[in-house]
Design a protein around this ligand. Structure first.
Ligand SMILES: [Fe+2]
Length: 283
């Protein structure tokens, strides 16, 4: 069984500080880490798809590292636009969390029943996405190495969203990636972050899942272009679940004390008996 948990856009800041003076991103991440450790069954690994910190440097990466330290399963890191892949490579070099190499800062994860290619869309000192020749060439070579079912992870969404402040960067940056991936039918899904909101779309025939942020959400106009609003809440962990030859994705909250709310307990009935009752109701 492969259970990949994804969280994204944690935007950790210096200890004791709030993001924009209002979002307690350290608390949001600590709560998320605790929630992931309670999930049944235990996830196989956790992938954090970028914007790990708000401003990259040893101070913020140290804070981030302390916050994720309690995770009881392997952790994999990717850079977002707020990160520095160079600093990450140096700072996490004594761990297994970022096994990438310069100059592309990408890597494959083989620990699951599906393969994960952790790609890099970071562009120096910019919010903008980038996916140039060297990253594309690495991706092509990685795809040629294996025909295992493959999940692509990338920070920026390589899809149209209908949200102006995301779509305004244009489609040019991801078109070559889309053409490359279309040649590999074993690529079954793309996952990303960046938008601080939850949305599913498509790159060619490949479904794209953009996951909400741990730091805060953006409430954005979709049919009309309205400036996004800051909503100071985190989303639950996203679970990508390998089942029946596909990857099924959805938030998988596991709040404190939820076992007491189970319907078998409130109905004081055995769960197998309850299911039998449900089957009877279907007849
Ligand atoms: Fe972000």
């Amino acid at each position: 069984m492969a259970l990949l948990v994804q969280i994204t856009d944690t935007h950790v800041v210096e200890r004791g500080k709030l993001l924009y003076g209002k979002a307690d991103t350290a608390r949001h991440l600590a709560e998320t880490v605790s929630e992931i450790n309670q999930i049944h069954p235990r996830p196989t690994g956790v992938l954090i798809t970028g914007d790990l910190v708000e401003h990259p440097g040893p101070t913020t990466y140290s804070h981030f590292r302390d916050l994720i330290a309690p995770l009881e399963m392997p952790v994999y890191l990717m850079p977002g636009n707020h990160d520095s892949p160079e600093i990450m490579l140096d700072y996490f070099s004594d761990t297994e969390m970022f096994p990438a190499q310069a100059p592309h800062y990408q890597y494959a994860i083989e620990a699951f029943e599906f393969r994960v290619l952790a790609l890099n869309s970071h562009f120096d000192n910019s919010e903008l996405p980038f996916f140039g020749e060297r990253r594309l060439a690495w991706t092509e070579q990685a795809l040629q190495e294996s025909d295992r079912p493959t999940l692509i992870a990338i920070h920026h969404p390589p899809m149209q969203t209908g949200i102006e402040f995301i779509d305004m960067v244009g489609q040019e940056w991801y078109q070559p990636l889309g053409e490359l991936l279309s040649r590999f039918p074993n690529v079954i899904k793309i996952i990303c972050g960046h938008g601080h909101l939850d949305l599913s779309g498509r790159l060619g025939n490949i479904p794209v899942q953009m996951v909400g942020s741990i730091a805060h959400q953006l409430i954005a106009g979709r049919v009309v272009d309205i400036a996004p609003a800051f909503d100071n809440v985190r989303v639950p962990p996203m679970l990508h679940h390998w089942i029946g030859g596909d990857i099924i994705s959805g938030y998988y909250p596991w709040p404190d004390g939820i076992d007491a709310e189970r319907i078998d307990r409130s109905a004081n009935m055995d769960w197998e008996d309850l299911k039998e009752h449900m089957r009877g109701a279907m007849k």
